[in-house]
Design a protein. Sequence first.
Length: 588
Amino acid sequence: MNVFSVLTMVGGLALFLYGMHIMGDGLAKTSGGKLEAILEKFTSKTAFAVLLGAGVTAVIQSSSATTVMVVGFVNSGIMKLGQAVGIIMGANIGTTVTSWLLSLTGIESGSFWIKMLKPTSFSPILAIIGVGMILFAKNTKKKDIGTILIGFAILMFGMETMSDAVAPLADVPEFTQIFTMFENPILGVIAGALLTAAIQSSSASIGILQALCVTGSVTFSSAIPIIMGQNIGTCVTALLSSVGANKNAKRAALVHFYFNLIGTIIFMAGFYGINYAIGGFSFLGNAADVVGIAKVHTIFNVVATVCLFPMRRVLERLAVLTIGDDEQQAAEVTALSFLDERFLEKPAFAVAQAKKTAVQMAKDAETALFKAMNLFKEYDEEEAQKVIELENLIDKYEDELGTYLMKISNAELSQVDSQTITMILHCIGDFERISDHAVNIMETAKEVKTKGENFSDKAKAELSVYEKAIQEIVEMTVKVFEDEDTELAVHVEPLEEVIDTLNDEVKKKHVKRLRKGKCTIELGFVLSDITTNYERVADHCSNIAVSLIQIKEDGFETHEYLDNIKEKDAARFHMEYKEYRKKYKLPV
Protein backbone atom coordinates (compact mmCIF):
# COMPACT_ATOMS: atom_id res chain seq x y z
CA MET A 1 0.00 0.00 0.00
CA ASN A 2 1.65 3.25 -1.18
CA VAL A 3 1.12 6.89 -0.34
CA PHE A 4 -1.51 7.29 -3.08
CA SER A 5 -3.58 4.47 -1.59
CA VAL A 6 -3.39 6.23 1.78
CA LEU A 7 -4.58 9.48 0.20
CA THR A 8 -7.42 7.62 -1.50
CA MET A 9 -8.41 6.04 1.81
CA VAL A 10 -8.33 9.41 3.61
CA GLY A 11 -10.35 10.98 0.79
CA GLY A 12 -12.89 8.17 1.00
CA LEU A 13 -13.15 8.65 4.77
CA ALA A 14 -13.66 12.40 4.29
CA LEU A 15 -16.42 11.80 1.74
CA PHE A 16 -18.01 9.19 3.99
CA LEU A 17 -18.13 11.53 7.00
CA TYR A 18 -19.27 14.48 4.89
CA GLY A 19 -21.99 12.42 3.22
CA MET A 20 -23.27 11.28 6.62
CA HIS A 21 -23.23 14.89 7.83
CA ILE A 22 -25.18 16.41 4.95
CA MET A 23 -27.62 13.49 4.79
CA GLY A 24 -28.34 13.95 8.51
CA ASP A 25 -28.77 17.72 8.05
CA GLY A 26 -31.10 17.14 5.10
CA LEU A 27 -33.20 14.70 7.10
CA ALA A 28 -33.37 17.15 10.02
CA LYS A 29 -34.40 20.05 7.77
CA THR A 30 -37.04 17.93 6.03
CA SER A 31 -38.56 16.98 9.37
CA GLY A 32 -38.78 20.70 10.22
CA GLY A 33 -38.22 20.04 13.92
CA LYS A 34 -41.35 17.87 14.09
CA LEU A 35 -39.50 14.71 15.14
CA GLU A 36 -37.86 16.48 18.05
CA ALA A 37 -41.21 18.00 19.02
CA ILE A 38 -42.66 14.48 19.11
CA LEU A 39 -39.86 13.43 21.46
CA GLU A 40 -40.72 16.37 23.70
CA LYS A 41 -44.42 15.51 23.95
CA PHE A 42 -44.90 11.77 23.82
CA THR A 43 -42.66 10.29 26.48
CA SER A 44 -45.03 9.53 29.35
CA LYS A 45 -44.78 5.74 28.85
CA THR A 46 -41.24 4.36 28.95
CA ALA A 47 -41.92 1.48 26.53
CA PHE A 48 -43.36 3.92 24.01
CA ALA A 49 -40.40 6.26 24.61
CA VAL A 50 -38.01 3.43 23.62
CA LEU A 51 -39.84 2.95 20.31
CA LEU A 52 -39.97 6.69 19.79
CA GLY A 53 -36.24 7.10 20.47
CA ALA A 54 -35.47 4.29 18.03
CA GLY A 55 -37.73 5.73 15.33
CA VAL A 56 -36.44 9.29 15.58
CA THR A 57 -32.80 8.17 15.63
CA ALA A 58 -33.37 5.89 12.62
CA VAL A 59 -34.67 8.90 10.69
CA ILE A 60 -32.10 11.52 11.70
CA GLN A 61 -29.29 8.91 11.60
CA SER A 62 -27.62 9.98 14.83
CA SER A 63 -28.03 8.60 18.33
CA SER A 64 -25.68 11.34 19.56
CA ALA A 65 -28.00 14.04 18.20
CA THR A 66 -31.03 12.40 19.82
CA THR A 67 -29.27 12.10 23.18
CA VAL A 68 -28.03 15.69 23.07
CA MET A 69 -31.62 16.79 22.41
CA VAL A 70 -32.77 14.78 25.42
CA VAL A 71 -30.09 16.42 27.60
CA GLY A 72 -31.45 19.77 26.40
CA PHE A 73 -35.02 18.79 27.25
CA VAL A 74 -34.05 17.70 30.75
CA ASN A 75 -31.92 20.82 31.27
CA SER A 76 -34.88 22.99 30.26
CA GLY A 77 -37.22 21.18 32.64
CA ILE A 78 -39.39 20.18 29.68
CA MET A 79 -38.71 16.49 30.32
CA LYS A 80 -38.14 14.54 33.52
CA LEU A 81 -35.11 12.30 33.94
CA GLY A 82 -37.31 9.18 34.07
CA GLN A 83 -38.86 10.07 30.71
CA ALA A 84 -35.41 10.51 29.15
CA VAL A 85 -34.25 6.97 29.99
CA GLY A 86 -36.55 5.26 27.48
CA ILE A 87 -35.58 7.58 24.62
CA ILE A 88 -31.87 7.03 25.33
CA MET A 89 -32.36 3.25 25.18
CA GLY A 90 -34.31 3.52 21.94
CA ALA A 91 -31.69 5.79 20.37
CA ASN A 92 -29.13 2.98 20.62
CA ILE A 93 -31.40 0.67 18.66
CA GLY A 94 -32.23 3.33 16.06
CA THR A 95 -28.58 3.98 15.29
CA THR A 96 -28.17 0.41 13.98
CA VAL A 97 -30.12 1.35 10.85
CA THR A 98 -27.04 3.05 9.40
CA SER A 99 -24.96 -0.13 9.63
CA TRP A 100 -27.65 -2.02 7.73
CA LEU A 101 -27.71 0.62 5.00
CA LEU A 102 -23.92 0.36 4.71
CA SER A 103 -24.14 -3.44 4.58
CA LEU A 104 -25.67 -3.09 1.12
CA THR A 105 -22.11 -2.62 -0.15
CA GLY A 106 -21.54 -6.34 0.45
CA ILE A 107 -24.20 -7.49 -2.02
CA GLU A 108 -22.77 -9.88 -4.65
CA SER A 109 -24.93 -11.51 -7.34
CA GLY A 110 -25.12 -12.07 -11.07
CA SER A 111 -28.78 -11.00 -11.15
CA PHE A 112 -29.35 -7.55 -12.65
CA TRP A 113 -32.04 -6.60 -10.15
CA ILE A 114 -30.08 -7.77 -7.12
CA LYS A 115 -26.97 -5.95 -8.39
CA MET A 116 -29.12 -2.80 -8.62
CA LEU A 117 -29.49 -2.98 -4.83
CA LYS A 118 -25.73 -2.47 -4.50
CA PRO A 119 -24.92 1.19 -3.68
CA THR A 120 -22.40 1.47 -6.53
CA SER A 121 -25.31 0.75 -8.86
CA PHE A 122 -28.07 3.00 -7.54
CA SER A 123 -26.08 5.78 -5.80
CA PRO A 124 -25.21 7.52 -9.11
CA ILE A 125 -28.91 7.54 -9.99
CA LEU A 126 -29.76 9.08 -6.61
CA ALA A 127 -26.96 11.62 -7.08
CA ILE A 128 -28.33 12.70 -10.47
CA ILE A 129 -31.87 13.00 -9.10
CA GLY A 130 -30.58 14.90 -6.06
CA VAL A 131 -28.57 17.37 -8.14
CA GLY A 132 -31.59 17.91 -10.39
CA MET A 133 -33.83 18.66 -7.42
CA ILE A 134 -31.31 21.07 -5.87
CA LEU A 135 -30.71 22.94 -9.14
CA PHE A 136 -34.20 23.07 -10.60
CA ALA A 137 -36.78 22.57 -7.84
CA LYS A 138 -38.34 25.77 -6.52
CA ASN A 139 -39.88 24.14 -3.49
CA THR A 140 -37.57 24.21 -0.44
CA LYS A 141 -38.81 20.81 0.70
CA LYS A 142 -37.79 19.24 -2.60
CA LYS A 143 -34.36 20.85 -2.37
CA ASP A 144 -33.94 19.33 1.10
CA ILE A 145 -34.90 15.91 -0.26
CA GLY A 146 -32.31 16.45 -3.00
CA THR A 147 -29.73 17.15 -0.28
CA ILE A 148 -30.62 13.85 1.42
CA LEU A 149 -30.14 11.94 -1.85
CA ILE A 150 -26.81 13.66 -2.54
CA GLY A 151 -25.68 12.98 1.03
CA PHE A 152 -26.55 9.30 0.73
CA ALA A 153 -24.75 9.02 -2.61
CA ILE A 154 -21.61 10.69 -1.21
CA LEU A 155 -21.79 8.49 1.90
CA MET A 156 -21.91 5.32 -0.18
CA PHE A 157 -19.25 6.53 -2.62
CA GLY A 158 -16.98 7.32 0.32
CA MET A 159 -17.64 3.85 1.76
CA GLU A 160 -16.73 2.18 -1.55
CA THR A 161 -13.63 4.36 -1.93
CA MET A 162 -12.45 3.46 1.56
CA SER A 163 -13.07 -0.23 0.96
CA ASP A 164 -11.17 -0.21 -2.34
CA ALA A 165 -8.27 1.75 -0.83
CA VAL A 166 -7.81 -0.53 2.18
CA ALA A 167 -8.18 -3.79 0.19
CA PRO A 168 -4.37 -4.03 -0.44
CA LEU A 169 -3.84 -4.05 3.35
CA ALA A 170 -4.84 -7.72 3.27
CA ASP A 171 -1.29 -8.47 2.14
CA VAL A 172 0.34 -6.37 4.86
CA PRO A 173 1.28 -8.58 7.88
CA GLU A 174 1.61 -5.59 10.24
CA PHE A 175 -2.02 -4.60 9.58
CA THR A 176 -3.21 -8.12 10.36
CA GLN A 177 -1.19 -8.06 13.57
CA ILE A 178 -2.95 -4.88 14.70
CA PHE A 179 -6.34 -6.56 14.54
CA THR A 180 -4.94 -9.69 16.16
CA MET A 181 -4.06 -7.44 19.11
CA PHE A 182 -7.68 -6.25 19.32
CA GLU A 183 -8.80 -9.83 19.92
CA ASN A 184 -7.97 -9.00 23.51
CA PRO A 185 -11.45 -7.78 24.63
CA ILE A 186 -10.17 -4.94 26.81
CA LEU A 187 -7.89 -3.53 24.09
CA GLY A 188 -10.66 -3.90 21.51
CA VAL A 189 -13.14 -2.01 23.68
CA ILE A 190 -10.62 0.77 24.32
CA ALA A 191 -9.80 1.08 20.60
CA GLY A 192 -13.47 1.26 19.62
CA ALA A 193 -14.24 3.78 22.33
CA LEU A 194 -11.32 6.06 21.39
CA LEU A 195 -12.15 5.99 17.66
CA THR A 196 -15.81 6.83 18.26
CA ALA A 197 -15.01 9.49 20.85
CA ALA A 198 -12.66 11.14 18.33
CA ILE A 199 -15.22 11.35 15.49
CA GLN A 200 -18.24 11.57 17.84
CA SER A 201 -20.39 9.21 15.81
CA SER A 202 -20.91 5.51 16.42
CA SER A 203 -22.56 5.19 12.99
CA ALA A 204 -19.45 6.59 11.30
CA SER A 205 -17.05 4.41 13.29
CA ILE A 206 -19.15 1.31 12.50
CA GLY A 207 -18.96 2.30 8.83
CA ILE A 208 -15.17 2.55 9.02
CA LEU A 209 -15.02 -0.90 10.62
CA GLN A 210 -17.26 -2.27 7.88
CA ALA A 211 -14.97 -0.77 5.23
CA LEU A 212 -11.94 -2.44 6.85
CA CYS A 213 -13.69 -5.80 6.62
CA VAL A 214 -12.82 -6.09 2.91
CA THR A 215 -9.19 -6.76 3.91
CA GLY A 216 -10.24 -10.04 5.51
CA SER A 217 -8.04 -9.15 8.50
CA VAL A 218 -10.93 -8.21 10.77
CA THR A 219 -12.16 -11.35 12.49
CA PHE A 220 -15.26 -11.50 14.67
CA SER A 221 -13.02 -12.01 17.70
CA SER A 222 -11.53 -8.51 17.17
CA ALA A 223 -14.68 -6.87 15.71
CA ILE A 224 -16.99 -7.67 18.63
CA PRO A 225 -14.92 -5.86 21.33
CA ILE A 226 -14.42 -2.89 18.98
CA ILE A 227 -18.18 -2.63 18.45
CA MET A 228 -18.73 -2.74 22.21
CA GLY A 229 -16.23 0.08 22.64
CA GLN A 230 -17.88 2.13 19.90
CA ASN A 231 -21.11 2.15 21.87
CA ILE A 232 -19.26 3.51 24.90
CA GLY A 233 -17.35 6.10 22.85
CA THR A 234 -20.55 7.59 21.42
CA CYS A 235 -21.49 8.75 24.95
CA VAL A 236 -18.79 11.43 24.80
CA THR A 237 -20.98 13.79 22.74
CA ALA A 238 -23.81 13.80 25.29
CA LEU A 239 -21.38 14.07 28.22
CA LEU A 240 -19.72 17.10 26.62
CA SER A 241 -23.09 18.71 25.90
CA SER A 242 -24.06 18.37 29.58
CA VAL A 243 -21.14 20.54 30.73
CA GLY A 244 -22.65 23.65 32.26
CA ALA A 245 -26.12 22.11 32.37
CA ASN A 246 -28.15 21.52 35.51
CA LYS A 247 -27.88 18.35 37.58
CA ASN A 248 -30.71 16.45 35.91
CA ALA A 249 -29.25 17.14 32.46
CA LYS A 250 -25.88 15.79 33.62
CA ARG A 251 -27.72 12.76 34.97
CA ALA A 252 -29.40 12.18 31.60
CA ALA A 253 -25.98 12.12 29.92
CA LEU A 254 -24.74 9.72 32.60
CA VAL A 255 -27.74 7.43 32.05
CA HIS A 256 -26.61 7.16 28.42
CA PHE A 257 -23.07 6.33 29.54
CA TYR A 258 -24.13 3.84 32.21
CA PHE A 259 -26.54 2.14 29.83
CA ASN A 260 -23.79 1.49 27.29
CA LEU A 261 -21.13 0.67 29.88
CA ILE A 262 -23.28 -1.77 31.86
CA GLY A 263 -24.75 -3.17 28.65
CA THR A 264 -21.23 -3.82 27.36
CA ILE A 265 -20.17 -5.50 30.61
CA ILE A 266 -23.27 -7.74 30.68
CA PHE A 267 -22.99 -8.62 26.99
CA MET A 268 -19.29 -9.37 27.09
CA ALA A 269 -19.52 -11.29 30.38
CA GLY A 270 -22.34 -13.39 29.00
CA PHE A 271 -20.78 -13.84 25.56
CA TYR A 272 -17.27 -14.76 26.73
CA GLY A 273 -18.65 -16.79 29.63
CA ILE A 274 -20.69 -18.96 27.26
CA ASN A 275 -17.74 -19.09 24.86
CA TYR A 276 -15.51 -20.39 27.66
CA ALA A 277 -18.13 -22.85 28.94
CA ILE A 278 -18.83 -24.54 25.61
CA GLY A 279 -15.24 -24.53 24.46
CA GLY A 280 -15.33 -21.65 21.98
CA PHE A 281 -17.60 -20.17 19.32
CA SER A 282 -16.31 -21.46 15.99
CA PHE A 283 -17.21 -18.28 14.08
CA LEU A 284 -14.88 -16.04 16.15
CA GLY A 285 -11.91 -16.91 13.96
CA ASN A 286 -13.84 -16.17 10.73
CA ALA A 287 -13.30 -12.95 8.84
CA ALA A 288 -16.10 -10.48 9.56
CA ASP A 289 -18.09 -8.99 6.69
CA VAL A 290 -20.26 -5.86 6.47
CA VAL A 291 -23.48 -7.80 7.18
CA GLY A 292 -21.86 -9.58 10.13
CA ILE A 293 -20.83 -6.23 11.64
CA ALA A 294 -24.40 -4.92 11.25
CA LYS A 295 -25.76 -8.08 12.92
CA VAL A 296 -23.42 -7.83 15.91
CA HIS A 297 -24.16 -4.11 16.30
CA THR A 298 -27.91 -4.73 16.25
CA ILE A 299 -27.87 -7.79 18.50
CA PHE A 300 -25.80 -5.97 21.12
CA ASN A 301 -28.09 -2.93 21.27
CA VAL A 302 -31.30 -4.96 21.28
CA VAL A 303 -29.99 -7.36 23.96
CA ALA A 304 -28.69 -4.47 26.10
CA THR A 305 -32.06 -2.73 25.89
CA VAL A 306 -34.01 -5.89 26.73
CA CYS A 307 -31.73 -6.67 29.69
CA LEU A 308 -31.60 -3.13 31.09
CA PHE A 309 -35.17 -2.00 30.41
CA PRO A 310 -36.44 -3.60 33.65
CA MET A 311 -33.49 -1.92 35.40
CA ARG A 312 -34.25 1.57 34.07
CA ARG A 313 -34.95 2.87 37.59
CA VAL A 314 -31.58 1.48 38.70
CA LEU A 315 -29.83 3.43 35.90
CA GLU A 316 -31.70 6.54 36.94
CA ARG A 317 -30.81 6.00 40.59
CA LEU A 318 -27.17 5.35 39.72
CA ALA A 319 -27.01 8.67 37.85
CA VAL A 320 -28.60 10.44 40.83
CA LEU A 321 -26.07 8.87 43.20
CA THR A 322 -23.21 10.00 40.93
CA ILE A 323 -24.54 13.56 40.69
CA GLY A 324 -25.83 13.90 44.24
CA ASP A 325 -28.66 16.09 45.46
CA ASP A 326 -28.05 19.23 47.47
CA GLU A 327 -30.19 22.10 48.66
CA GLN A 328 -30.56 23.42 45.13
CA GLN A 329 -34.22 23.80 44.28
CA ALA A 330 -35.61 22.71 40.95
CA ALA A 331 -35.56 25.61 38.53
CA GLU A 332 -38.93 26.97 37.53
CA VAL A 333 -39.83 26.02 33.98
CA THR A 334 -40.71 29.12 31.97
CA ALA A 335 -40.89 29.79 28.28
CA LEU A 336 -37.29 31.00 28.48
CA SER A 337 -36.33 27.40 29.33
CA PHE A 338 -37.14 26.44 25.75
CA LEU A 339 -34.16 28.47 24.50
CA ASP A 340 -31.54 25.83 25.30
CA GLU A 341 -28.38 26.12 23.21
CA ARG A 342 -28.25 22.33 22.76
CA PHE A 343 -31.25 22.66 20.47
CA LEU A 344 -29.12 24.72 18.08
CA GLU A 345 -27.70 21.40 16.83
CA LYS A 346 -31.06 20.98 15.08
CA PRO A 347 -31.89 24.50 13.82
CA ALA A 348 -35.44 23.63 12.69
CA PHE A 349 -36.33 22.53 16.20
CA ALA A 350 -34.55 25.54 17.72
CA VAL A 351 -36.74 27.78 15.55
CA ALA A 352 -39.83 25.94 16.81
CA GLN A 353 -38.70 26.48 20.41
CA ALA A 354 -38.07 30.17 19.75
CA LYS A 355 -41.56 30.50 18.24
CA LYS A 356 -43.05 28.79 21.30
CA THR A 357 -41.24 31.28 23.55
CA ALA A 358 -42.33 34.24 21.42
CA VAL A 359 -45.96 33.08 21.57
CA GLN A 360 -45.75 32.94 25.36
CA MET A 361 -44.24 36.43 25.30
CA ALA A 362 -47.22 37.63 23.25
CA LYS A 363 -49.69 36.02 25.66
CA ASP A 364 -47.93 37.53 28.66
CA ALA A 365 -48.06 40.97 27.03
CA GLU A 366 -51.80 40.46 26.47
CA THR A 367 -52.27 39.38 30.10
CA ALA A 368 -50.31 42.38 31.40
CA LEU A 369 -52.41 44.79 29.32
CA PHE A 370 -55.76 43.31 30.35
CA LYS A 371 -54.75 43.27 34.03
CA ALA A 372 -53.79 46.95 33.76
CA MET A 373 -57.09 47.85 32.08
CA ASN A 374 -59.06 46.04 34.79
CA LEU A 375 -57.38 48.20 37.45
CA PHE A 376 -59.67 51.11 36.47
CA LYS A 377 -62.67 49.04 37.57
CA GLU A 378 -61.13 47.83 40.83
CA TYR A 379 -57.61 48.82 41.77
CA ASP A 380 -55.58 46.11 43.49
CA GLU A 381 -51.93 46.56 44.46
CA GLU A 382 -51.10 42.88 43.96
CA GLU A 383 -52.50 42.94 40.42
CA ALA A 384 -50.55 46.15 39.74
CA GLN A 385 -47.36 44.43 40.91
CA LYS A 386 -48.09 41.49 38.59
CA VAL A 387 -48.22 43.91 35.65
CA ILE A 388 -44.72 45.13 36.54
CA GLU A 389 -43.44 41.57 36.95
CA LEU A 390 -44.85 40.56 33.57
CA GLU A 391 -43.28 43.60 31.91
CA ASN A 392 -39.88 42.71 33.41
CA LEU A 393 -40.27 39.12 32.19
CA ILE A 394 -41.22 40.33 28.71
CA ASP A 395 -38.07 42.46 28.62
CA LYS A 396 -36.11 39.26 29.30
CA TYR A 397 -38.02 37.49 26.55
CA GLU A 398 -36.99 40.17 24.05
CA ASP A 399 -33.30 40.07 25.03
CA GLU A 400 -33.04 36.26 25.16
CA LEU A 401 -35.00 35.71 21.96
CA GLY A 402 -32.97 38.26 20.04
CA THR A 403 -29.69 36.61 21.10
CA TYR A 404 -30.98 33.09 20.45
CA LEU A 405 -32.38 33.94 17.02
CA MET A 406 -29.10 35.52 15.98
CA LYS A 407 -27.35 32.25 16.81
CA ILE A 408 -29.90 30.23 14.83
CA SER A 409 -29.63 32.54 11.83
CA ASN A 410 -25.99 31.48 11.39
CA ALA A 411 -27.17 27.95 10.55
CA GLU A 412 -28.43 26.74 7.20
CA LEU A 413 -32.21 27.13 7.36
CA SER A 414 -35.19 26.29 5.21
CA GLN A 415 -37.17 29.15 3.68
CA VAL A 416 -40.04 28.56 6.13
CA ASP A 417 -37.72 28.70 9.15
CA SER A 418 -36.03 31.84 7.82
CA GLN A 419 -39.44 33.50 7.48
CA THR A 420 -40.36 32.46 11.02
CA ILE A 421 -37.16 33.99 12.44
CA THR A 422 -37.75 37.21 10.51
CA MET A 423 -41.34 37.36 11.73
CA ILE A 424 -40.37 36.86 15.37
CA LEU A 425 -37.62 39.49 15.19
CA HIS A 426 -40.05 41.97 13.63
CA CYS A 427 -42.80 41.34 16.18
CA ILE A 428 -41.17 40.90 19.60
CA GLY A 429 -40.36 44.62 19.82
CA ASP A 430 -44.05 45.46 19.34
CA PHE A 431 -45.12 42.99 22.02
CA GLU A 432 -42.53 44.46 24.38
CA ARG A 433 -43.92 47.94 23.72
CA ILE A 434 -47.46 46.69 24.44
CA SER A 435 -46.23 45.56 27.87
CA ASP A 436 -44.67 49.01 28.39
CA HIS A 437 -48.06 50.59 27.66
CA ALA A 438 -49.60 48.16 30.16
CA VAL A 439 -47.31 49.59 32.85
CA ASN A 440 -48.23 53.15 31.77
CA ILE A 441 -51.93 52.29 32.04
CA MET A 442 -51.35 50.67 35.46
CA GLU A 443 -49.61 53.82 36.70
CA THR A 444 -52.48 55.94 35.43
CA ALA A 445 -54.96 53.70 37.26
CA LYS A 446 -52.85 54.06 40.41
CA GLU A 447 -52.91 57.85 40.01
CA VAL A 448 -56.71 57.85 39.70
CA LYS A 449 -56.97 55.70 42.83
CA THR A 450 -54.51 57.85 44.81
CA LYS A 451 -56.20 61.16 43.91
CA GLY A 452 -59.69 59.77 44.44
CA GLU A 453 -60.77 61.02 41.02
CA ASN A 454 -63.75 59.52 39.20
CA PHE A 455 -64.87 59.75 35.60
CA SER A 456 -68.44 60.68 34.81
CA ASP A 457 -70.83 57.88 33.84
CA LYS A 458 -70.69 58.97 30.18
CA ALA A 459 -66.88 58.95 30.18
CA LYS A 460 -66.88 55.48 31.76
CA ALA A 461 -69.30 54.21 29.11
CA GLU A 462 -67.15 55.63 26.30
CA LEU A 463 -63.96 54.14 27.76
CA SER A 464 -65.73 50.79 28.13
CA VAL A 465 -66.42 50.72 24.39
CA TYR A 466 -62.84 51.75 23.67
CA GLU A 467 -61.49 49.04 25.98
CA LYS A 468 -63.53 46.32 24.27
CA ALA A 469 -62.16 47.37 20.88
CA ILE A 470 -58.61 47.25 22.26
CA GLN A 471 -59.20 43.84 23.81
CA GLU A 472 -60.48 42.44 20.51
CA ILE A 473 -57.59 43.78 18.44
CA VAL A 474 -55.01 42.45 20.94
CA GLU A 475 -56.66 39.02 21.15
CA MET A 476 -56.86 38.87 17.37
CA THR A 477 -53.22 39.92 16.96
CA VAL A 478 -51.92 37.32 19.42
CA LYS A 479 -53.87 34.63 17.55
CA VAL A 480 -52.56 35.93 14.21
CA PHE A 481 -49.01 35.67 15.54
CA GLU A 482 -49.45 32.24 17.14
CA ASP A 483 -51.10 30.64 14.10
CA GLU A 484 -49.29 32.77 11.49
CA ASP A 485 -52.76 33.30 10.07
CA THR A 486 -52.59 35.76 7.18
CA GLU A 487 -56.33 35.44 6.55
CA LEU A 488 -57.11 36.68 10.05
CA ALA A 489 -54.34 39.29 9.88
CA VAL A 490 -56.15 41.30 7.21
CA HIS A 491 -58.96 42.02 9.71
CA VAL A 492 -56.63 43.86 12.08
CA GLU A 493 -56.16 47.02 10.03
CA PRO A 494 -59.87 47.94 9.63
CA LEU A 495 -60.30 47.60 13.41
CA GLU A 496 -57.18 49.70 13.98
CA GLU A 497 -58.74 52.45 11.83
CA VAL A 498 -61.91 52.28 13.93
CA ILE A 499 -59.79 52.61 17.09
CA ASP A 500 -58.15 55.74 15.63
CA THR A 501 -61.63 57.15 15.06
CA LEU A 502 -62.73 56.17 18.58
CA ASN A 503 -59.66 57.89 19.97
CA ASP A 504 -60.60 61.18 18.30
CA GLU A 505 -64.26 60.92 19.29
CA VAL A 506 -63.52 60.16 22.96
CA LYS A 507 -61.24 63.20 23.15
CA LYS A 508 -63.80 65.48 21.44
CA LYS A 509 -66.57 64.34 23.79
CA HIS A 510 -64.32 65.02 26.76
CA VAL A 511 -63.61 68.57 25.52
CA LYS A 512 -67.37 69.20 25.29
CA ARG A 513 -67.88 68.04 28.88
CA LEU A 514 -64.93 70.15 29.97
CA ARG A 515 -66.52 73.26 28.41
CA LYS A 516 -69.78 72.50 30.21
CA GLY A 517 -67.96 72.07 33.49
CA LYS A 518 -68.89 68.39 33.76
CA CYS A 519 -65.27 67.25 33.93
CA THR A 520 -62.00 68.50 35.47
CA ILE A 521 -58.72 69.37 33.78
CA GLU A 522 -56.94 66.78 35.94
CA LEU A 523 -59.22 64.03 34.63
CA GLY A 524 -58.59 65.39 31.14
CA PHE A 525 -54.88 64.65 31.52
CA VAL A 526 -55.69 61.18 32.85
CA LEU A 527 -58.06 60.49 29.94
CA SER A 528 -55.41 61.68 27.47
CA ASP A 529 -52.89 59.26 28.98
CA ILE A 530 -55.33 56.37 28.73
CA THR A 531 -56.46 57.03 25.15
CA THR A 532 -52.89 57.66 23.96
CA ASN A 533 -51.72 54.34 25.36
CA TYR A 534 -54.75 52.49 23.95
CA GLU A 535 -54.23 54.01 20.51
CA ARG A 536 -50.53 53.10 20.49
CA VAL A 537 -51.31 49.53 21.52
CA ALA A 538 -53.54 49.32 18.45
CA ASP A 539 -50.71 50.70 16.31
CA HIS A 540 -48.40 47.93 17.52
CA CYS A 541 -51.08 45.36 16.72
CA SER A 542 -51.25 46.76 13.21
CA ASN A 543 -47.45 46.54 12.89
CA ILE A 544 -47.50 42.88 13.90
CA ALA A 545 -50.29 41.91 11.51
CA VAL A 546 -48.76 43.80 8.59
CA SER A 547 -45.29 42.34 9.31
CA LEU A 548 -46.70 38.82 9.19
CA ILE A 549 -48.48 39.42 5.89
CA GLN A 550 -45.49 41.14 4.31
CA ILE A 551 -43.00 38.48 5.44
CA LYS A 552 -45.19 35.73 4.00
CA GLU A 553 -45.26 37.71 0.74
CA ASP A 554 -41.50 38.46 0.90
CA GLY A 555 -42.00 42.20 1.18
CA PHE A 556 -41.41 44.79 3.89
CA GLU A 557 -42.94 48.04 2.59
CA THR A 558 -45.45 48.53 5.39
CA HIS A 559 -46.78 51.94 4.30
CA GLU A 560 -47.13 50.77 0.71
CA TYR A 561 -49.07 47.73 1.87
CA LEU A 562 -51.44 49.84 4.00
CA ASP A 563 -52.05 52.16 1.06
CA ASN A 564 -52.78 49.18 -1.18
CA ILE A 565 -55.38 47.59 1.09
CA LYS A 566 -57.17 50.92 1.40
CA GLU A 567 -57.13 51.54 -2.35
CA LYS A 568 -57.06 48.19 -4.19
CA ASP A 569 -59.20 46.39 -1.58
CA ALA A 570 -61.20 49.48 -0.77
CA ALA A 571 -64.61 47.77 -0.93
CA ARG A 572 -63.68 44.98 1.46
CA PHE A 573 -61.74 47.31 3.75
CA HIS A 574 -64.58 49.83 4.06
CA MET A 575 -67.17 47.09 4.56
CA GLU A 576 -65.17 45.71 7.51
CA TYR A 577 -64.54 49.22 8.78
CA LYS A 578 -68.30 49.92 8.84
CA GLU A 579 -68.98 46.64 10.66
CA TYR A 580 -66.45 47.49 13.35
CA ARG A 581 -67.79 51.08 13.58
CA LYS A 582 -71.26 49.69 14.17
CA LYS A 583 -69.94 47.23 16.76
CA TYR A 584 -67.96 49.88 18.65
CA LYS A 585 -70.27 52.86 18.51
CA LEU A 586 -69.92 55.34 21.36
CA PRO A 587 -73.05 56.04 23.41
CA VAL A 588 -74.81 59.30 22.57
